[in-house]
Design a protein around this ligand. Structure first.
Ligand code: PLP
Ligand code: COI
Length: 362
């Protein structure tokens, strides 16, 4: 049920992408570079609160050159997916958690909190007009990107009094081109992603901007992602540029870094629940780089994987740095990594029951 005060004004795109062209894209979509025909837009102002919810044709946004986001980066975003089940119905995965995380990000970035029911209704409104964009090919999905930014034209440094919330969407295939093949990751020693008391837990553009040069360094070394360490001691594992990290011990323990400077991933939270329910001991605690290196060398750590909405669950085959390389890219993906990936995607694609009530019908 839509919140009572939330009535969307819908204007349809009168030149949507022709169905044949769209279907060709859906058969093998790139990640995040082709967008659906519509977008959602809700305004906020200090005086009027959230108002004027709209669905409109996808297209350029007019923005004042003095809009605060362009100068001070007051912006947050979310990422989630829509999945088509065998009966044609369309579902998303724990979108209530994205709504709550967006509220936490908003608090940290001095932006207004969008009520969770507005967030969920906005997703439904977009799918109501762009449902045909949700792929039905296996392992494909529609990646949904809600975001919010400071649009007030004002160069003083303070929280903006005018803000925009949008949702756009793009059909998505695998984030990494090799599919579920193990990837290699680069350890960043020159750059940190987030500092103590900073914005590491918020999903805000600046964290990603800060990661780009390190990500470029990773690519120069043939690695698919970059791993950041804590910025205080340079000792503890944090996360990758766009995903969380999980290690698996020979004795079945599943270990993931706990830190208040990383994003609290919804995929990771779900995977750990699945692992716990399958009888694994799950440890959320600080993890040193040394623990990982020594564990791989002694054979105690037998698997590592990255997880996130875009990455799903991606095995990590190798960790490279200026000084050392551990792991072997030629090794096949670990059995627990693959089993957890399958359990998660079976729920997301409706191939297995959803005992946790994670799926939300759009
Ligand atoms: N860490 C970072 C930096 C991310 O960008 C993401 C992706 O959203 C994640 C972790 C994983 O979060 P989630 O599983 O909620 O997508
Ligand atoms: C996501 O997984 O939703 C992200 O935001 C990460 C990014 C690498 C696309």
């Amino acid at each position: 049920m839509a919140p009572k005060d939330l009535v969307f004004q819908v204007s349809h795109n009168d030149s949507p992408m022709p169905a044949a062209e769209r279907d060709a894209i859906l058969a093998d979509p790139p990640f995040g570079s082709v967008f659906t025909d519509h977008m959602v837009d809700i305004c906020w102002s200090e005086k009027g609160g959230w108002h004027r919810p709209r669905v409109q044709p996808y297209g350029p946004i007019a923005m004042d050159p003095a809009a605060a986001v362009l100068h001070y980066g007051q912006e947050i975003f979310e990422g989630l997916k829509a999945y088509r089940h065998a009966d044609g119905s369309i579902w998303s995965f724990r979108p209530d958690q994205n709504a709550l995380r967006m509220q936490r990000s908003a608090k940290r970035m001095a932006l207004p909190e969008l009520p969770a029911d507005y967030f969920l209704e906005s997703l439904k409104q977009l799918i109501a007009v762009d449902g045909a964009w949700v792929p039905s090919a296996p392992e494909m999905s529609l990646y949904i990107r809600p975001y919010m930014y400071a649009k007030e034209a004002f160069l003083g440094v303070r929280a903006a009094k005018k803000v925009a919330f949008y949702i756009i969407a793009a059909p998505a295939g695998p984030y990494f081109s090799g599919g579920v093949k193990p990837v290699s990751i680069w350890l960043s020693t020159d750059y940190s992603r987030a500092g103590k008391g900073g914005t590491g837990q918020a999903k805000t553009g600046g964290n990603y901007a800060a990661s780009l040069v390190a990500q470029a360094e990773a690519a120069e070394h043939g690695c698919a992602q970059v791993l950041f360490l804590d910025s205080v001691e340079g000792k503890y594992l944090e996360e990758l540029g766009g995903m969380n990290i999980v290690l698996v011990y020979k004795d079945g323990r599943v270990v993931t870094p706990q830190s208040d400077t990383i994003l609290q991933g919804i995929t990771r939270d779900s995977i750990l629940q699945l692992a716990e329910d399958a009888g694994h001991t799950v440890e959320r605690r600080p993890v040193t780089l040394e623990e990982w290196r020594d564990g791989v060398e002694s054979g105690d750590i037998v698997e590592a994987f990255a997880c996130g909405t875009a990455a799903v669950v991606t095995p990590i085959g190798q960790l490279k740095s200026k000084d050392f390389t551990i792991g072997d890219l030629d090794q096949p993906a670990g059995p627990l990594t693959l089993a957890l990936r399958e359990k998660l995607t079976d729920i997301q694609y409706g191939r297995q029951p959803d005992p946790y009530g994670w799926m939300f019908r759009l």
